[in-house]
Write a protein that binds this ligand. Structure first.
Ligand code: PPE
Length: 307
């Protein structure tokens, strides 16, 4: 997906012109993938642009930093302000936001060195991650031959730049085989994540989603949908799932900040019960979009106004 440039990128306290936001090719993050990051969305709401669950995303960024022994030289509150400043400086209302704390230029070798990370924040308009029609029509999914990395190899609970070469392999395989997205199994063979999404299965009116121990990223969108589904009276279980649970689902959907909520139309050529978007998926999608767009009083605390 080509990037739509915006005007300014926040780099260690300065808002620099988009085309000048550069780092050295020998930076540690370029050579070894040593950066922790977030993907966040801002939506237009009746009270103005609001970043969805910004504080929760920043909490996860700091948890990723703990895992990777990364010192972020700013507080959560400072980054909260910097993100809002970046959105305002770019004149954006609806956008995707990408904060990154990375190991910069200075040392070579695979150590996670103790010098403070460099921090950058970009924001730009980004449409549907899985294609324009994916939210309505759903996507075709392939169970990948690439396993998701194990918690004792590369911890999936952290969101680090280098980890995504695993997702990239799975995504490429799925696209080459004519599918739109990959679902990866854990090393033990349980369903884990899509290349950039969490997954839910719906069977007999109940929602099932893999637990943290299956090696998923603990998605903010996943958490949002668990809450919304329970508020709508559905039972939600976090438990291990195998690929046949996916093949025999009544409905399934992928969810993530970039993808939002996308129905799964078929898995490995097996068309799911509803051939497109199922009724429960649609109900939860509508509640999700109402929440992110600030149309639900009940979830208003999740809309963090840019101001
Ligand atoms: N699993 C993975 C592997 C993942 O990358 C994401 C987000 C999720 C689950 C959902 O997490 P959350 O966004 O908190 O609900 N993927 C991000 C990056 C995608 C990209 O290609 O870049 C995202 O959606 O922003």
């Amino acid at each position: 997906v080509p990037i739509t440039p915006a005007r300014k990128i926040w780099m260690d306290g300065d808002l620099v012109p988009w085309d000048e936001a550069k780092i050295h090719v020998l930076s540690h993050v370029v050579q070894y993938g040593t950066g922790v990051f977030e993907g966040i969305r801002c939506y237009q709401t009746p009270r103005g642009p609001a970043v969805f669950r910004l504080t929760d995303h920043l909490r996860r960024l700091f948890r990723s930093a703990v895992i990777y022994r990364t010192t972020i030289p700013y507080s959560l509150d400072e980054l909260h302000t910097a993100i809002k400043d970046t959105i305002r400086a770019n004149g954006l209302s609806e956008c995707y936001i990408r904060p990154l704390a990375y190991q910069g230029y200075g040392e070579m070798g695979v150590n996670l060195f103790p010098t403070p990370a460099k921090v950058t924040i970009a924001a730009w308009p980004w449409g549907s991650y899985l294609g324009k029609d994916s939210v309505e029509n759903g996507v075709r999914v392939k169970v990948s031959s690439w396993r998701r990395h194990d918690p004792n190899i590369v911890p999936p609970a952290a969101k680090a730049t280098g980890q995504y070469i695993n997702s990239a392999l799975a995504k490429a395989e799925a696209l080459e085989a004519g599918y739109e997205e990959a679902v990866m199994l854990s090393p033990l063979g349980h369903i884990a994540d899509g290349s950039g999404e969490n997954l839910f299965v719906i069977r007999d009116g109940e929602l099932l989603t893999p637990p943290e121990s299956a090696g998923i990223l603990l998605g903010i969108t996943r958490d949002t949908l668990i809450r919304i589904a329970r508020d709508h009276g559905y039972k939600v279980q976090q438990r291990n799932l195998v690929r046949s649970d996916l093949y025999t689902a009544d409905e399934a959907f992928l969810c993530g900040t970039a993808a939002e909520v996308v129905p799964v139309r078929d898995v490995d050529g097996r068309v799911l019960g509803t051939n497109g978007r199922g009724p429960i998926t649609k109900e939860l999608q509508e509640a999700f979009f109402a929440a992110v767009r600030g149309e639900s009083e009940q979830y208003a605390a999740w809309n963090e106004l840019v101001g």
